[in-house]
Design a protein around this ligand. Structure first.
Ligand code: ADP
Length: 386
């Protein structure tokens, strides 16, 4: 059976009518970012984010119509808001959460602060890799940490929840759209034995997506719960940077076992670490500790160590804030080059001293996770039999 083409998809979608205007979704320019791989299809439906619940049936009709066509193995339609027109019209914080990728996120409108966080079957622990701000190397740390844990025998998965700047496709060389056997549950893509999922597998790089709070949460819920993760000891979640409302809601809605915070040694980054720690405290998620990235500069030529941003700031901040210091990663061109090339340093140069820094970190994270799980299970209500 011949795989479906982009033109055929557009032809099918031109039969779907936008109820608000009576015109078809293709003519209205609502369809974007069509991705095709072996009959697996993904595309975006651009909407006004305050209308995301109202447009769920349209999104579903688009998916169903394409799924019914010959040569289609799976379809994922993602609601996004990416035009000036819509962004300007959108309220800053729409009150009703809705799913961006499909099914309702299971939240009650306005109920995010008290909503229950259901556990995910098959996943023993979920640990967030967070940062107070962007560009500190959070994703580089998350990816290397995941591969290091895998090599230490931990059954680990990696969820790139950084919808604002998904880096997993670049850092693993993987690209979507992902497969689905039944059209509902998404199969993760696998890098070096680690199941991976990223919004970047569903929305192409060049789609200038603007996410509004509720859509972020909806997308994440689906990436978390509608993916066939299998049995995992640990799922690492690469969080969006910062400590805004979207991150706070995420920290609460994802059933996190704990979190680690990545920072560079500068004061300005460290002041954001405080905000990060407070955010997790607010939602009662244990902070395992702080990782200092770009801790010192190792000259690639002479091996000399220079502490260009100052050094030890994260260790001191950790002490001040009553949390642990988990380790330091040097600033080195090999770390950047290898992850940009899709084979992070832990895979590309497993015997290097840089990889060793990540392996040490992985041991700390595994140990902290085990401890947190023990505390959780001690705190869980026990059924006593007479
Ligand atoms: P974040 O997720 O915090 O936004 P990234 O992980 O994307 O940050 O890293 C930002 C940039 O810094 C990337 O180009 C990455 O390769 C580079 N980088 C991260 N950590 C290091 C490091 N320890 N040494 C050298 N470059 C690094």
């Amino acid at each position: 059976m011949a795989a479906i083409t982009e033109d055929e998809i557009l032809k099918i979608l031109s039969r779907i009518i936008d109820p608000a205007t009576g015109k078809d979704v293709v003519a209205l320019g609502m369809i974007g970012g069509i991705q095709l791989r072996d009959g697996n299809v993904a595309f975006t439906l651009e909407i006004d984010p305050s209308q995301s619940e109202a447009y769920e049936p349209v999104r579903k009709s688009c998916e169903d119509a394409v799924f019914a066509a010959d040569g289609v193995a799976s379809v994922t339609a993602v609601m996004t808001a990416h035009s000036e027109r819509h962004a300007a019209a959108a309220p800053a914080q729409p009150s009703a959460p809705a799913s961006a990728l499909g099914k309702p996120a299971g939240q009650k409108p306005g109920g995010s602060q008290s909503a229950p966080t259901a556990q995910i079957p098959g996943i023993r622990a979920i640990v967030a890799v967070a940062s107070g701000k962007g560009g500190v190397g959070k994703s580089t740390t998350a990816v290397n940490l995941a591969f290091a844990l895998k090599q230490q025998g931990v059954r680990v998965g990696l969820l790139d929840a950084d919808v604002y700047g998904p880096s997993l496709p670049r850092m693993t060389g993987l690209s979507g759209p992902p497969d689905s056997k039944d059209g509902k549950i998404i199969e993760p893509l696998v890098a070096h034995g680690v199941p991976c999922m990223s919004i970047g597998f569903l929305v192409p790089d060049d789609t200038p997506t603007i996410w509004r709070g509720p859509m972020v949460m909806g997308a994440l819920e689906q990436l978390l719960r509608d993916v066939n993760w299998g049995e995992l000891d640990l799922l690492l979640v690469d969080m969006p940077p910062g400590t805004g409302d979207a991150q706070l809601t995420m920290a609460q809605r994802v059933p996190l076992t704990g979190s680690v915070i990545v920072s560079t040694p500068q004061d300005v980054a460290l002041s954001d670490v405080r905000k990060g720690i407070n955010m997790f405290k607010t939602v009662k998620v244990p902070v395992f500790g702080i990782i200092e990235n770009m801790s010192f500069y190792l000259c690639p030529h002479c091996g000399e160590r220079s502490e260009i941003f100052g050094h030890g700031g994260a260790r001191q901040t950790a002490e001040e804030l009553g949390t642990d210091f988990l380790g330091e990663i040097p600033l080195h061109i090999s770390i950047r080059e290898t992850s940009d090339a899709g084979t992070p340093i832990v895979i590309a140069q497993p015997d290097s001293e840089f990889a060793k820094a990540y392996f040490d970190l992985a041991k700390m994270v595994a140990q902290k996770t085990t401890e947190a799980l023990a505390v959780q299970s001690a705190a869980a209500p026990k059924i006593v039999m007479d």
